[in-house]
Design a binder for this molecule. Structure first.
Ligand SMILES: [Zn+2]
Ligand SMILES: [Zn+2]
Length: 466
């Protein structure tokens, strides 16, 4: 099998397409930072991202800002800043929101995040009226659509989609706790939650904790379009465009984007290493539940305790994305193995935001520090865009970086580009993985129980394994 690195150097696909990030949020959806449209327009050309989702467009206060600041000049569903200079007009926006859809599954209530894309303001106005009829309060960036049954979920999604044939609905970050395949409570197939609306799904979003190596374990996804987005709540350089999808578009119009999503015209996606994502492995982090700050446990799927109970707090462990994907693979009747690729070929590369590599290289914590930003500008000016850092031939990249920046930083970038990095410990239960450059890691045989020494002495190692 060729490595990811070889694929990039050998394939023309990585030179193609229009780079899109179709899932973002305004500051009205919680989280830190804010998605300032002007900052986005300044930063996205450096990233190489052309099309950005507006986030939260059903929420009236944010919608007002969008109407005030953006214009759809050609009436083709893609927006730009009003009175934009030629350079500013490079960055386009599409109307996008995330809706949290909830319904009871057995005795529990499941919450599922879904991306919705909208062709124009008219469809949004109709959707706002409709969801208010459904009882949605619409008092925050990400509206909550509460349902009494799976049938109701299906009916209501269908009603929203019936507003306009170009509205697209895409399950977001499918494997994390608030995704369709999340563990609370678990379902097996899309239709177990989306009911009859499941038939109208053309694409799914991997989320930061999964990439095609993880999602290819799940047979139901084989024929769907795979996309990747940042889910950013801020326009900072290490947030917006941190994951992305390059679509094969004839021109940048909303209709073309939807057409590409519905017909799998994806050139490639850029993915976090899944182990950087906050839900990759199973475990409990410190500082939550009955855990003190320095007490945590983390397990790879092969090492998860048989009873799935945390040895520190005695509560059920938070299942990681890898474990969920393996469970779903089996539940859907397959015997696929992690590490092999199945189904449709997906072109993708694994990356780390350049700002994070630079921060790591110069040994500081904050990837938004001024010193990082300065180096970022130098590197991106030499290469063209941050995207090109990952899709330029490695030998050419090495030449560009030599003498351009401090050797340590150049080396850090090249090592990551070669795939010589890992996250140790990996992400679990809501905490990001910690970047380690210069070594790789296998995600088997991981079993770490830290803290609470007295109690952990009551367990022998064997108690934790199958
Ligand atoms: Zn979400
Ligand atoms: Zn615990």
């Amino acid at each position: 099998m060729t490595s990811l690195q070889d694929q990039i150097d050998l394939s023309d696909e990585f030179q193609k397409g229009i780079v899109c990030d179709l899932h973002c949020h305004s500051s009205y959806a919680g989280g830190t930072g804010s998605l300032d449209l002007r900052t986005a327009v300044d930063n996205m050309p450096k990233k190489g991202v052309r099309v950005v989702g507006t986030g939260d467009c059903l929420y009236p206060p944010w919608l007002k800002i969008l109407k005030d600041q953006l214009v759809d000049k050609d009436e083709d569903g893609v927006f730009e800043l009003k009175n934009a200079t030629e350079k500013e007009a490079q960055t386009k926006f599409v109307l996008q929101t995330e809706i949290a859809i909830t319904a009871p599954i057995g005795v529990n209530r499941k919450i599922v995040h879904c991306i919705f894309l909208w062709p124009d303001h008219h469809s949004i106005e109709e959707a706002i009226t409709l969801i208010e009829k459904f009882g949605v309060k619409n008092s925050m960036g990400r509206p909550f659509l509460t349902n009494n049954s799976i049938e109701e979920v299906g009916e209501r999604i269908n009603k929203i989609l019936d507003i306009d044939p170009l509205i697209e609905f895409i399950p977001a970050h499918i494997l994390v706790p608030l995704g369709i395949y999340g563990p609370k409570p678990p379902i097996v197939y899309f239709s177990d939650f989306f009911g009859e609306a499941a038939e109208r799904i053309h694409a799914f979003e991997t989320g930061l904790s999964a990439d095609p190596t993880v999602t290819s374990l799940i047979p139901e996804l084989d024929d769907l379009t795979l996309i990747s987005n940042s889910d950013a709540h801020s326009a900072a350089l290490n947030r917006l465009g941190r994951e992305l999808t390059s679509l094969d578009l004839n021109k940048i119009t909303y209709k073309e984007i939807i057409d590409a999503l519905r017909n799998n015209r994806v050139c490639y996606t850029a993915e976090f290493h899944p182990s950087e994502g906050r839900y990759f492995l199973t475990g409990h982090r410190g500082g939550v539940r009955n855990h003190k700050q320095d007490e945590y446990c983390v397990y790879s799927p092969d090492m998860v305790p048989k009873n799935k109970i945390c040895p520190i707090c005695d509560l059920t462990l938070e299942p990681g994305v890898l474990q969920r994907a393996m469970e779903l693979s089996e539940a859907q009747g397959s015997d696929r193995e992690y590490g092999k690729l199945y189904g449709k070929k997906r072109n993708f590369y694994r990356m780390v935001p350049l700002a994070e590599i630079i921060a790591n290289g110069i040994g500081i914590k904050n990837p938004n520090a001024k010193s990082v930003r300065q180096l970022y500008e130098v590197i991106v000016a030499a290469i063209g865009t941050e995207c090109k850092l990952w899709t330029t031939k490695l030998s050419a990249l090495e030449q560009i970086l030599t003498g351009l920046v401090d050797e340590k930083i150049a080396e850090a970038i090249i090592e990551v580009r070669k795939g010589n990095f890992c996250f140790s410990p990996p992400g679990f239960d809501g905490s990001y993985g910690a970047l380690t450059i210069g070594q790789t890691s296998s995600y088997h045989g991981i079993k770490i129980v830290k803290g609470k020494e007295k109690q952990s002495q009551q367990f022998t190692l064997d108690d934790f394994t199958k």
